[in-house]
Design a protein around this ligand. Structure first.
Ligand code: SAM
Length: 324
């Protein structure tokens, strides 16, 4: 992870391709206040591909396509296929809520995509409806089954641990990794909605781990060079793994290797920080690649300069469109 001189290698870009979502998850944003961006403000696919090529020049090796809901954007399959061809980009991943996965999984596999993250906070259909606002749990599970049978690997499940909402099924969720070659990733709730809601539902992952101790003794899994902030463990008898992402109770800043490109074309060195570098402006004004490269370089340098962000005091922006 570290380069000579102690600097991190910033090699991972989360690229939000839309601010639109077909779910309304309770913890994601203030949906009543949410206004979609005019479509002209959202980066076009050819713009995203050009930025991916420049990002590769700046050292990015892994791109995660996210949103909003990326599978809800028309043309996403062609885009993923082209992104897989960008020289220097070694890994393309996608994060999806999975409600269109049953329909799209074979075509996604055809694009060359192998690395898929699926968001799933509950194994109970009625609870799923309460969390996401839609009655789509069965579709998501059918999509997951299809992705498993096609052989997507790694296939990871993102599960936000929510006190009083899904904390009674943490063991059941973890057991998916016993039965299937999945990485179940428990994520701490970030305060992207009200402070009161966060106070009521935040569950530290230390407590999640304590409750999962009944499953056996976890051993740390080997770490990959472009891996994000998850701490990953293996358990005896499990086909898959468990991952833990604790942005609140443990600082990730020192090891965070990611930049974010918002759907509106702003480059963010840090999800919790205030700095946004406008890259869409120069891109649309006709800037040559070296200029765009300079914007990536500035984002990378600022990340290495300002890594001590007091996360407990941060309010995170709404996730939709942010590349959360
Ligand atoms: N629509 C896609 C999906 O649902 O996977 C991609 C975008 S969504 C913003 C990406 C991830 O962020 C999801 O796994 C979601 O659960 C997570 N997320 C959203 N708000 C969060 C919050 N306040 N705290 C922790 N994770 C959050």
């Amino acid at each position: 992870m570290e380069e000579e001189g102690g600097l991190r290698r910033i090699n991972y870009l989360r690229m939000s391709i839309t601010d639109r979502c077909n779910l309304r998850c309770v913890y994601c944003t203030y949906w009543q206040e949410w206004k979609k961006l005019p479509s002209t403000e959202i980066l076009r696919y050819e713009e995203l591909l050009r930025l991916a090529a420049v990002a590769a020049e700046a050292g990015i090796r892994k791109i995660r396509v996210t949103g909003g809901e990326p599978l809800a954007r028309r043309g996403v399959l062609g885009f993923l296929h082209s992104l897989n061809q960008v020289p220097g980009i070694e890994e393309v991943c996608l994060t999806t809520n999975g409600i269109m996965l049953l329909e799209l999984a074979p075509a996604l596999y055809e694009t060359g995509l192998r690395h898929l993250n699926l968001s799933l906070d509950t194994l109970r259909p009625e609870r799923y409806r309460k969390i996401t606002g839609r009655n789509k749990w069965r579709e998501v599970m059918a999509g997951l089954e299809s992705a498993l049978s096609l052989g997507f690997q790694p296939l990871k499940i993102n599960c936000v641990a929510l006190q009083g909402i899904n904390d009674d099924e943490l063991v059941d969720l973890a057991l998916l990794a016993r039965d299937y070659p999945l990485q179940i990733r428990f994520i701490e709730l970030m305060p992207s909605v009200s402070r009161g809601w966060w106070d009521r539902h935040f569950l530290p992952l230390s407590e999640v781990r304590r409750r999962l101790a009944v499953l056996g003794f976890p051993r740390p899994a080997p770490r990959q060079a472009s891996a994000g902030p998850a701490q990953v463990f293996r358990l005896p008898g499990f086909k898959g793994e468990l991952g833990f992402i604790s942005p609140i109770s443990e600082h990730h800043c020192r090891t965070c290797n990611r930049l974010r490109l918002t759907a509106a074309g702003q480059l963010r060195p840090c999800l919790a920080g205030l700095l946004e570098l406008d890259i869409k402006g120069p891109l649309r004004r006709g800037a040559a690649d070296p200029w765009l490269f300079h914007v990536f370089e500035e984002a990378i340098q600022s990340k290495n300069r300002d890594w001590r962000i007091p996360l407990r005091r941060c309010t995170f922006p709404a996730m939709a469109g942010m590349g959360g």
